[in-house]
Write a protein that binds this ligand. Structure first.
Ligand code: NAD
Ligand code: UGA
Length: 470
């Protein structure tokens, strides 16, 4: 079976970049990305490529080449479903904020709505591809919903989780370590798997394309994220011990990373991992383990999250204790708000939680991030406080403790302390001598990413505290 028409439900951080790359690499396939959010679709269609809703290096050039040729963005979901042979579901699957499984389970309502809409619209056989990250056995639920109308259309459900990381999405898609495709081991299932293999084979080698049964594929995605996050929590746990013993966590990471069995990647100690997925996917894994009556396994993975929360609050507490036990009315400048460099995504960014902690102690938080707007920063904080149950009045009052700047120098002027929350390259290139002159003394730098040259800053006069450095 040769795929000619692809539709993707969800034009977010995954749907947008993945479909842009598929369209670029498969010029004979028409790819339509649809979303319910009109503003998002308008931004994907914006003439000015600086206004794309997702910032990713090289994304604009990919969109520029494919858009209007065989790549389209639209809000006409029904028409796109109707025309497609293959439908990707790439909608959000956040942690539930209500009811059964609140705070742990993945909220599958958006995925379910997609399945119902597909079932209602489809008039001919379709391959449905789970691109969103889903709990193991979701394909069973999808199949049941898709078949519920009894209209005689055949739906073949595949699992094809996405492994791209934000900030390197295009690079990751062009040169994927692997693409994983899970499907039923029936003749029709195998045919559907092959159809999707053929799409990826436009630019990836057979070695890069793994095929498995559906459940292994679904579970591999949660497992991959759990293992990655576990490495960060492991090195972050050791960073606390380094601080107590004058060991240097970067040296320890380097020393263990040269063991080929451990490897050097994902051992960078930090203020804590953020992003839309690690926390939600591990919470989901923990929930699943409890559901399947495996409490010891659940507790094991939950510790990765507990440690990450500890790391964020440890960083904030360290700022307060270093600034003579109070930050009340002090100007603390945050360099960076995004959860990592080279993205405008702020979901679950450590900056949000560190800011909350310091604001509670009376601090004034002054923020500069090259890609994140004032509106986004304030919305992030308001959302957290809403979840915590604060009144609207209290939220409005707390928001007055946040100031956002378009330039770093304005944000840093007359600050008591600087905290590096995101590892943007430009922070390393600043004129730290001038920054020092314009700050209150003693001037503190809390490097939550260990990116600055601490010896050079100390020579200038700063009091520097990195992560995991005694
Ligand atoms: P996102 O919030 O950026 O995008 C999801 C989009 O889906 C939104 O624009 C939303 O409006 C749209 N949507 C919701 N319901 C819809 C419907 N019924 N029809 C059409 N559109 C609908 O989310 P994301 O970051 O792209 O993540 C999507 C999925 O991919 C999640 O399951 C996530 O866990 C997974 N994932 C994300 C990443 C990442 O780096 N962000 C990487 C791998 C996997
Ligand atoms: C992560 C995974 O790396 C992707 O493979 C996966 O597809 C994706 O989640 C997902 O499912 O959403 P992402 O969250 O975009 O990708 O970015 P990462 O590079 O993994 O970084 C996550 C967080 O960990 C960031 O806050 C980063 O700063 C932090 N981190 C990463 C560290 O603190 N130390 C490290 O050594 C690496």
């Amino acid at each position: 079976m040769k795929i000619q028409n692809i539709c993707c439900l969800g034009a977010g951080y995954v749907g947008g970049p993945t479909m842009s790359v598929i369209a670029l690499k498969c010029p004979e396939i028409k790819v339509t990305v649809v979303d319910l959010n009109q503003a998002r679709i308008d931004a994907w269609n914006d003439e000015n490529l600086d206004n794309l809703p997702v910032y990713e290096p090289r994304l604009a050039e990919v969109v520029a080449e494919a858009r209007g040729r065989n790549l389209f963005f639209s809000t006409d979901v029904d028409a796109a479903i109707d025309a497609a042979d293959m439908i990707f579901i790439a909608v959000n699957t956040p942690t539930k904020t209500y009811g059964e499984g609140k705070g742990m389970a993945a909220d599958l309502k958006f995925v379910e709505l997609c399945a119902r809409q597909i079932a209602r619209i489809a008039k001919n056989d379709k391959i449905i591809v789970e691109k969103s990250t889903l709990p193991v056995r979701t394909a069973e639920t999808l199949q049941t919903i898709l078949e519920s109308t009894g209209c005689g259309v055949h739906f073949e459900v595949l699992s094809n989780p996405e492994f791209l990381a934000e900030g390197t999405a295009i690079e990751d898609l062009f040169n994927a370590d692997r693409v994983l495709i899970g499907g039923k081991q029936t003749p029709k299932g195998k045919e559907a798997i092959q159809a999707l293999v053929d799409v990826y084979a436009h630019w990836l080698t057979p070695k890069q394309i793994l095929t498995t049964n559906v459940w292994s594929s679904e579970l591999s995605k949660l497992t991959a994220n759990a293992f990655l996050a576990q490495r960060i929590s492991s090195i972050n746990a050791l960073s606390a011990l380094c601080e107590a013993t004058e060991a240097n966590v970067d040296e320890v990471a380097n020393a263990i990373g040269t063991d080929s069995r451990i490897g050097p990647k994902f051992l960078k100690a930090s203020v804590g991992f953020g992003g839309s997925c690690f926390q939600k996917d591990i919470l989901n894994l923990v929930y699943l383990c409890r559901y399947f009556n495996l409490p010891e396994v659940a507790d094991y993975w939950e510790q990765v999250i507990i440690l990450n929360d500890y790391q964020k609050s440890r960083f904030a507490k360290n700022i307060i204790s270093s600034l003579f036990n109070t930050v009340s009315d002090k100007k603390i400048t945050f360099l960076g708000w995004a959860f990592k460099k080279d993205t405008n995504d702020t979901r679950e960014s450590a900056a949000i939680y560190v800011a909350d902690y310091l604001i509670e102690d009376g601090a004034q938080i002054h923020v500069y991030d090259p890609k994140v707007s004032e509106a986004k920063i304030k919305a992030d904080m308001a959302y957290l406080w809403e979840l915590k149950g604060l009144t609207e009045q209290k939220i409005t009052s707390k928001l007055k403790q946040i100031f956002v700047y378009n330039t770093s120098m304005a944000a840093l002027h007359q600050a008591h302390a600087v905290a590096v929350l995101t590892e943007w390259e430009e922070f390393k290139t600043y004129d730290w001598k001038t920054i020092y002159i314009n700050m209150f003394k003693p001037a503190f730098v809390f490097d939550g990413r260990n990116i600055l040259d601490s010896e050079q800053l100390t020579a200038i006069g700063f009091r520097v505290k990195g992560i995991g450095k005694g």
